[in-house]
Design a protein around this ligand. Structure first.
Ligand SMILES: NC(=O)c1ccc[n+]([C@@H]2O[C@H](COP(=O)([O-])OP(=O)(O)OC[C@H]3O[C@@H](n4cnc5c(N)ncnc54)[C@H](O)[C@@H]3O)[C@@H](O)[C@H]2O)c1
Ligand SMILES: [Zn+2]
Ligand SMILES: [Zn+2]
Length: 336
């Protein structure tokens, strides 16, 4: 079978691999699609994602496919099932795993990061991270349950109410998903702020959100009860604190440069009684994300812009591809 292998820093090549063997508690998946995101850019450049990737490794932490084989101990899926995989495999033994915060696990393993993922025709995963995809959800949409689940986890960390006004700063794939999820969770007024007229118009049309193009318009100060930062720059982090109303919750979702700092007026934090909340990956959110796809309350397909072959992935991870709203790698396609 064909596998797109990260052989070293900034070194990707298509190789002929054997179909992997499974352990008794594992599932072999015939890959349909694999989503591709900024984490893959970091791993390609030799930087860590949620964990470090040690080459040679097959990336592809966002994925979907059809079950080709199951180990003897597997009870939750069978051959032929359409599935998607939560890449994060928690140890179950550390302090964080045993206090309902597995995302902070001390020994995190991840499909497509620390073990081979979806950029190959067949990959394996432990059954405990494999989820069935309902018939009315395409495998292309199912390939992005992981990024939907990261945004879901961020929202889970907030207290949401219908009266709130929400701002999402950042019109990348995650910011656009946040806008839909906040609406699905009952927030009546959601504003998406970003820099692309095209993406903002797409979100107004498809999802009925308000928009602000930050290159032309100011974000209102002290105006939003929920503020989601989905860029990861000091400048946008500071904009988010300025936009926060009294009593607001500010979700710091964007991943900053490890050395970057933003400045906070601590008097503002006191006077506005702000909650500043971080968010890391996607524990316990796959079921909810799949349900939102099945109900149609979240639809990622209008946000997709590129469908790549293995030999085009390097153009994406090296930044050569230009404007990308969301790219997926078509491995086997809808029939896998
Ligand atoms: N916390 C988590 O678990 C988690 C999970 C996934 C992604 N992330 C992070 O969330 C952020 C967004 O992810 P993404 O996949 O949407 O990335 P992306 O690259 O698709 O989107 C980033 C967006 O920010 C916009 N942007 C850049 N500078 C801006 C500015 N000054 N003002 C307004 N918008 C600006 C860009 O135009 C782009 O649309 C990234 O930092 C990513 O690493 C965090
Ligand atoms: Zn990702
Ligand atoms: Zn653990």
């Amino acid at each position: 079978m064909k596998a797109l292998v990260l052989q070293g820093i900034k070194d990707l090549a298509v190789q002929e691999y054997d179909v992997p063997e499974i352990k008794p508690d594992e599932v072999l998946i015939h890959t349909a699609y694999a989503g591709i995101c900024g984490t893959d850019k970091a791993l390609y450049a030799g930087l860590p994602g949620s964990a470090s990737a040690v080459p040679p490794i097959v990336l592809g932490h966002e994925n979907s496919g059809v079950v080709a084989k199951v180990g003897d101990a597997v009870t939750n899926v069978k051959v032929g099932d359409r599935v998607t995989v939560d890449p994060n495999i928690y140890c179950g033994q550390c302090k964080y795993c045993r206090t309902s915060r597995p995302e902070l696990c001390e020994h995190l393993d991840a499909v497509g990061v620390t073990r081979d993922g979806g950029f190959e025709e067949y990959f394996t995963a432990p059954a405990k991270v494999v989820y069935q995809v309902p018939d009315n959800v395409s495998l292309k949409a199912a390939a992005v349950v992981e990024p939907i689940s990261c945004a879901m986890h961020g929202v889970d960390l907030l207290t949401t109410h219908p009266y709130q006004k929400a701002l999402v700063l950042g019109d990348g794939f995650e910011g656009q998903l946040f806008a839909q999820i906040l609406k699905a969770r009952g927030i009546h007024e959601v504003t998406l702020a970003g820099r692309s007229d095209e993406k903002l118009a797409n979100n107004r049309e498809h999802f009925g959100v308000k928009t602000i193009n930050t290159t032309k318009e100011e974000i209102p100060a002290d105006a939003f009860d929920i503020v989601v930062e989905a860029v990861g720059l000091p400048q946008t982090q500071e904009q988010c604190l300025a936009a926060a109303a009294k009593g607001a919750q500010v979700l710091m979702f964007g991943v900053g440069n490890p050395d970057a700092k933003f400045s906070v007026n601590t008097y503002d934090v006191f006077k506005k009684q702000l909650t500043i909340q971080g968010a890391f990956i996607n524990p316990y959110t796959f079921e909810d994300s799949i349900a939102l796809l099945a109900s149609g309350k979240v639809d990622p397909l209008p946000l997709f812009s590129h469908e790549l072959a293995f030999n085009e992935v390097e153009d994406f991870v090296s930044g050569k591809l230009g404007k990308v709203s969301k790219a997926v790698v078509k491995v086997g396609g809808e029939e896998a």
